[in-house]
Design a protein around this ligand. Structure first.
Ligand code: ZN
Length: 68
């Protein structure tokens, strides 16, 4: 017997990204304009490593909010 039917039971996987890949691809660091990647629950710019919070799926990409 092979049960390949994916039954949605409503439980959420633990590793759900904080934001979508599509959104991630259009975002850029406001300081150096470099692409950002998702690290844990933060966005980290690939140029200088600036970190930005994500609140309720909205990345807080403000120069005043950056965490060095
Ligand atoms: Zn940056």
């Amino acid at each position: 017997m092979s049960d390949t039917s994916a039954s949605q039971t409503g439980d959420q996987p633990q590793d759900t990204p904080a934001i979508s890949q599509e959104l991630l691809e259009i975002l850029a660091c406001p300081i150096d304009k470099s692409p950002v990647k998702l690290v844990g629950d933060r966005l980290v710019c690939q140029e200088q490593g600036h970190k930005y919070r994500i609140e309720d799926g909205i990345p807080i990409m403000l120069v005043d909010e950056v965490e060095q």
